[in-house]
Design a protein around this ligand. Structure first.
Ligand code: FAD
Ligand code: PYC
Length: 406
């Protein structure tokens, strides 16, 4: 047996035996957001003395647990502009990384079963069009044309009156996104340390001085926290208060079946959504669990409720088997918009409040947070998402566009 000496470089990531004693920037969390920030810090700003610390493995948090829906049909001007920028970045990522992300443009329907839901769809469509985003309200016949297997009456009790149709709606392979950003950052000199937990943050005189980890102390003046469902634990270390609360969000997939569903469908009233993956699995989810819990337990109650409503829309699925179910910890905000940018602690930057909606934002978060860390000022696209908004009563209300029931 002979090793292939032509390719001595690692296939994906370099293993670093030791942490350095200091870095220019320390990023906590090797999910999509932390790795994207590392990637753009290196690629766009030339800052490579950076480490990403991950207590588990790359993409093992919500990045590897989500249902991969990408869209920009939000409700507020701040949201629409921000997510639209992300959708544009998504379209080039596979080429950028030289890695197939299975990015698939499918079209996205948010089904309306009541007059009041239709009114919100019209509102969203108008805001979207105003900012150049392709969304429009359509009748039930368009839904039937796009998904012929659907029962438009939903078992007779929740007839579909129309939908918000968003042509750019897409799906992608979620863990490949983390790998692509991670590999791109690694190739540019960023160090990724898995199995390395942040245990404390050294703050002196209101400024970040270093980070205590399970593998030793690191000196640094800049820390970016991108840990989604673990954000409250990190915030305790710097004594910063936010209105974040953690709820489980569950999902499940079926056994693979032949392709029959092109678009992504979300039902507001039935509180379920579905798409079909490149492998043929039906990827399905429901509402947030109604209790606060810092855990990733998945429940029978969830599978039963979701299956019941799914069969109301698609009765022919009654013999299709459920293969896997799981949960992630969603870091929810009161207004369903993220919390991004600077904090009262100098050198501590926050990328959080991603709740049930942050996968689609991965590229734009990397772009805007790297800019914010480098310039010590929030990127213009994230000023509506500052922590201050809760003190100033200037919320960015996105609940009507959250897609998942609450
Ligand atoms: P994560 O991927 O969670 O990464 C954070 C990382 O930080 C983790 O790997 C964790 O191990 C690490 N970490 C935590 N504490 C520490 C510590 N002390 N030291 C070191 N490392 C630490 N969004 C959408 O846009 N579309 C969807 O369809 C969608 N569906 C979803 C479905 C489900 C079931 C769930 C749970 C979420 C869904 N989301 C969706 C939301 C989306 O998954 C998240 O908002 C997004 O993945 C957050 O990415 P992240 O990189 O910020 O966090
Ligand atoms: O943000 O589109 C979304 C979404 C769908 C399911 C979970 N999040």
């Amino acid at each position: 047996f002979a090793l292939n000496k032509k390719h001595p470089e690692p296939r994906m990531f370099t293993y670093h035996e030791k942490l350095k004693s200091s870095y220019d920037v320390v990023i906590i969390g090797a999910g999509g957001h932390g790795l994207a920030a590392a990637y753009y810090l290196a690629r766009d700003h030339g800052i490579t003395n950076v480490c990403v610390l991950e207590k588990g493995y790359i993409g093992g948090g919500n990045t590897g647990r989500n249902t991969t829906i990408i869209r920009s049909n939000y409700l507020t001007p701040e949201g629409v502009k921000f997510y639209d920028e992300s959708v544009k970045l998504w379209q080039d990522l596979s080429t950028d990384f030289d890695l197939n992300l299975f990015y698939a443009n499918r079209g996205h329907f948010t089904l309306a079963h009541t007059d009041s839901a239709l009114r919100t769809m019209r509102w969203r469509a108008e805001v979207n069009k105003h900012y150049g985003v392709n969304s429009e309200v359509v009748g039930p016949e368009v839904v039937k044309e796009a998904a012929p297997m659907i029962d438009l009456s939903c078992a007779g009790h929740s007839p579909i009156l129309g939908a918000l149709y968003h042509a750019p709606g897409s799906v992608a392979r979620h863990d490949a996104v983390a790998w692509g950003y991670g590999r791109g950052a690694d190739q540019r000199g960023v160090e990724i340390h898995q199995q390395t937990e942040v245990l404390g943050i050294d703050v002196q005189g209101g400024k970040v001085k270093g980070v205590k980890t399970s593998r030793g102390y690191i000196a640094t003046n800049k820390v970016l926290c991108a840990v989604a469902g673990s954000t409250p634990r990190i915030l305790k270390m710097v004594d910063v208060k936010t209105p974040l609360y953690i709820h489980p969000l569950q999902a499940m997939v079926s056994e693979p079946v032949k392709p029959w569903l092109d678009p992504i469908l979300v039902s507001g009233s039935l509180h379920v959504y579905i798409s079909q993956s490149a492998r043929g699995e039906l990827v399905m989810g429901a509402s947030l669990d109604p209790y606060e819990l810092h855990g990733t337990r998945s429940t029978l109650d969830f599978v039963e409720g979701l299956s019941t409503h799914m069969l109301e829309m698609f009765p022919f699925l009654s013999n299709v088997k459920v293969m896997r179910q799981w949960a992630g910890m969603a870091d929810m905000t009161p207004d369903f918009a993220p919390i991004m940018g600077m904090t009262p602690v100098e050198g501590f930057y926050l990328d959080s409040g991603w709740g049930t909606w942050g996968f689609k934002a991965t590229p734009v978060c990397g772009k805007t947070m790297s800019h914010t860390v480098v310039n010590d000022a929030p990127h213009p696209l994230i000023t509506g998402f500052s922590l201050d908004r809760f003190r100033n009563f200037a919320l960015t209300g996105e609940k009507g566009a959250a897609s998942v029931g609450h």
